[in-house]
Design a protein around this ligand. Structure first.
Ligand SMILES: [Zn+2]
Length: 67
């Protein structure tokens, strides 16, 4: 299995091989910037929060505050 990661969107390439056919399954997933949790969404739209840490900023890197 090969995983490509670009801009918080993961792409899994899962090769499969059985009696009927062989090929490749492509799955889209996301990675949380906060807790590094990886998941595959059930629907097409972008998730609002990370399912693990519930952060709404899962797709954004932490900002460094300059005081
Ligand atoms: Zn998270």
């Amino acid at each position: 299995m090969q995983i490509l990661l670009y801009n918080n969107i993961m792409t899994f390439y899962i090769p499969y091989n059985n009696i009927l056919s062989m090929g490749q399954i492509t799955l889209k997933g996301y990675v949380c910037e906060r807790c590094k949790h990886k998941w595959v969404p059930r629907d097409k739209k972008k998730p609002m929060v990370c399912p693990k840490c519930k952060s709404p900023y899962w797709d954004r890197k932490k900002k460094i505050l300059i005081k």
